[in-house]
Design a protein around this ligand. Structure first.
Ligand code: 3AT
Ligand code: MG
Length: 356
């Protein structure tokens, strides 16, 4: 017999989740240092290409940042006449940063998407150092960052807590490594939003890509790099006019998230799409389970887990997830469900066990 009622346990779990996440948020000092770094690098880059800007994206500005997370920067060139090619620019900026800063610089001009990797070694004032990637002209990444930020603003207490917890948990359980066959933070974040928009009934979040604009907009205004990037971003109006009929606590949502992705979600034939809900792999041409002659093991592994990018829709955000990787991730979802539903005396113990 359980010592606690279900309701007491869920309240305890929700409170424990908030207190678990709180000390992992970046400090104001860390954010200020990172902003100084951005300004410094931007100033240097402008000496090569005066019309360039350096913008932040990813977790440093989508409100899902954790303490000591890396910095994602993108260099944008406003002057369309600037003739420099991304790969030349990477090489030149790489040289410059090497000469002028204390960063360890690793330009990757030949990568599919040219980037520069920067690392600042830990020092007394910066005990974890800084890791930073600079990409080029990736404007869609700025838009998906803004989309995630807007979703977070609608119901920060529940959404931020869920996403931040899943990020910590997936890192501690070593299932947050796209290079090793599992899923990026971005992928987990899209799974949470999909679950809150399309799985929960009543939904916790509206579908921002399906709310009509307040004023008529031209196709051109809604398009960037050939993609439909429209979404409802007027947070003032959302605050006034959207209220969810779903009152589940964050603890309850977390348990059900794990349960849903352990048992209910149809990995074999379903694509996770925050834009369109449940799609079939067939409708996207993302099949994996039939043995198509000539496809090698890697190609078949590409669509084990399918998460459609909200704007770059032909692109599977989870294409890095291998058969083994998905098996491990699902095993972790099951383990999490088991630990959280075992209802120990204190919920904080369940969270600790979950993240060991
Ligand atoms: P961390 O705090 O760094 O773990 P994050 O929110 O910065 O989490 P990522 O580093 O995974 O998330 O991604 C940073 C941004 O890069 C998010 C998105 O704009 C873009 N991005 C990352 N992975 C993908 C992907 N597979 N497809 C498209 N965009 C991606
Ligand atoms: Mg990042």
């Amino acid at each position: 017999p359980h010592a606690l009622s279900t309701r007491q346990y869920l309240t305890d779990l929700s409170t424990s989740l908030f207190s678990f996440v709180l000390p992992l948020l970046p400090t104001a000092e860390e954010l200020a240092t990172k902003e100084e770094v951005r300004v410094l690098i931007e100033r240097l880059i402008k000496t090569i290409e005066p019309s360039s800007r350096l913008a932040s994206f990813g977790s440093s500005c989508n409100s899902f940042g954790l303490r000591n997370s890396d910095m994602d920067l993108v260099c944008l060139i406003d002057n369309k006449e600037a003739a420099l090619h991304a790969s030349d620019l990477v090489a030149m900026i790489g040289d410059l940063l090497e000469r002028e800063t204390n960063f360890e610089v690793k330009p990757l001009p030949k990568a599919r998407i040219p980037i520069i990797k920067l690392t600042l070694q830990p020092s007394p004032g910066l005990p974890y150092g800084i890791a930073c990637d600079i990409g080029f002209e990736n404007r869609l990444a700025l838009e998906n960052t803004r989309l995630l930020l807007t979703y977070a603003t609608i119901d920060p207490a529940r959404i931020r807590t869920l996403v931040l917890f899943l990020k910590v948990w997936s890192k501690r359980r070593k299932i947050n490594s796209p290079y090793k066959g599992t899923l990026s933070s971005y992928g987990y974040t899209l799974m949470v939003i999909f679950y809150l928009v399309h799985v929960k009934n009543p939904p916790v979040l509206p579908n921002l890509q399906r709310i009509a604009p307040l004023r008529p907009m031209t196709k051109e205004e809604m398009t960037l790099e050939g993609r439909d990037v429209w979404f409802f971003d007027d947070t003032e109006t959302l605050r006034k006019e959207w209220s969810s009929a779903n009152f589940e606590s964050v603890g309850e949502l977390l348990i059900d998230f794990f349960r849903y992705f352990s048992h209910d979600f149809q990995y074999n034939n379903t694509v996770i799409s925050i834009r369109a809900g449940h799609l079939t792999k067939e409708s996207k041409g993302w099949m994996n389970d039939i043995d198509v002659g000539g496809l090698n093991e890697n190609a078949r592994d590409r669509n084990r887990l399918c998460i459609e990018d909200p704007f770059e829709t032909p692109y599977n955000v989870a294409r890095t997830v291998t058969k083994d990787g998905l098996y491990t991730i699902r095993g972790e979802f099951m383990r999490a469900t088991r630990i959280l539903t075992a209802r120990p005396e204190r919920a904080v113990l369940a969270l600790a066990e979950l993240c060991i």
